[in-house]
Structures are given as C-alpha cells and as structure tokens.
Design a protein around this ligand. Sequence first.
Ligand code: C5P
Length: 236
Amino acid sequence: MKTGRIIVALDFSEVSNALSLVKQLSPDSCALKVGKELFLCGGPRLVEDLANKGYRVFLDLKFHDIPNTVSKACINASRMGVWMLNVHALGGLEMLKAARDAIPKDRPDSPLLLAVTILTSMDDSDLEEIGIEKKIPYMVKKLSSFAKASGFDGVVCSAREAGQIAHDYGNSLIRVTPGIRLDGDSKDEQKRVMTPTEAVRNGASYLVMGRSITQSRNPMAIIDKINTDLLAVDNC
Ligand code: C5P
C-alpha cells in the first residue's frame, strides 16, 4: 500500500536521469516530487506518466502570483492527476482562498493543497535582508494560520517548526518537511535540517528528500532503511 512518508525529490534537469532513478524505486515505498527543474523539461506528460506508473506525485511548483492566475494554474495542475500541489503562503490570504476555491476540498480527485511557509533554505538573517523583521517561528505560525483559515490540507515547513503546527492544528493540517538529511550528509544550502526520525518525532507527516537519496549509490536501500526506522518511531 502507498502509505510511506518519504517523498523523493526528482531534482533532475533531464527526464532520462529522472526515469532511470524512478526505475529503481517502487510506488509502495515512496512518493515522488516534481519541481520546477524537472517540470520545465518533462512537462505535464511526465507528471502524468509517473502517476500512471502508480506513484503519488507531489507537483512542487510553488505558485505565487495574483489570485486569478494562481487559481487557473491550480486547475490545470489538478488535471495532471497529482496527489499534492503547493502555493506560497506569502502570496497572502486572498491568493490562498483563490487556490482553495479552484480545488474543491470535497471532490475525491482533488489533490491535497499545501501552503509553503518559509523555505528551509532561509534563516532569520535572510528574512531580515528582505525586510521581514519577525523571526522564523513567528512567520511560520502566522502563515500556517493563513493555510488553516483558507481550508488548506497542509503546509510545507521545516521539521523544526512541524511540532508547533502539529500542536496547533493536529491532523487537520499535514506537515510536509524538506531539509531532511541523514547523519553525516552535507547540509548543502539547507539551513534548517533534521534527520528522518527526528523530523517524524517532531511532527512531520511526510519527508521530502532529494540529494540524500538521489545522489546515493543505492537509493532503494536508503529508502527501505528509513521506512524501517520510521515504522519503529510510529510504533512507539
Ligand atoms: O536535496 P534536498 O533534500 O535539499 O531537496 C529538497 C527539495 O525540497 C528540493 O526539491 C526543494 O525545491 C524542495 N523544497 C525545499 N524547501 C521548501 C520547499 C521545497 O527545500 N520549503
């Protein structure tokens, strides 16, 4: 059954490289994320192909535009048979509500709608640089409240903030967390990272994992090991 918490970020610039990784994976063990890099070469056709292979597909295009444009983009995205899609909460309440209206919550084929809070590559000094003087926990709390008020299914946040959101909203707002690293991995440009077990213990519902899996010699072995470790956390 497709219940795993891992979402593999297919951050590739060529469709053939993405597909050769996908060939090594199984839809029972993980979901897949298609972001801007891959979508701009594979397009809707690739997204549909992955969904037809039985994968849950998270279309990570992080829409942020005027409400009308975001609404239309959400409608087109939902036609690809995706499982999740997202918009930036920083687009504001009116934009979030337009996205929600475009994807009715009560339709069985509607994708889960997520709001990106603050990117995991940003820290307080990055916010300050763009004129936001509030700290990350404040901003994430505020933006999560926008997601909840707009009827979203969940948020994208760092695992560090997932616990507070789980505490505030429980299962009514799922927490999808990038910035996951295995012990010993490089952090790359991510600034707010956690390991898979730490993240789930801290309230993450799903883990977005890119380079820790895609750059490894045996991606499926890593996924199996993480799934086993997470089963132990879930059974605690
Ligand atoms: O390789 P790594 O595990 O850092 O990949 C993280 C993935 O999660 C990338 O595809 C990135 O676009 C995405 N992401 C993120 N931070 C967010 C939302 C999505 O890093 N807030």
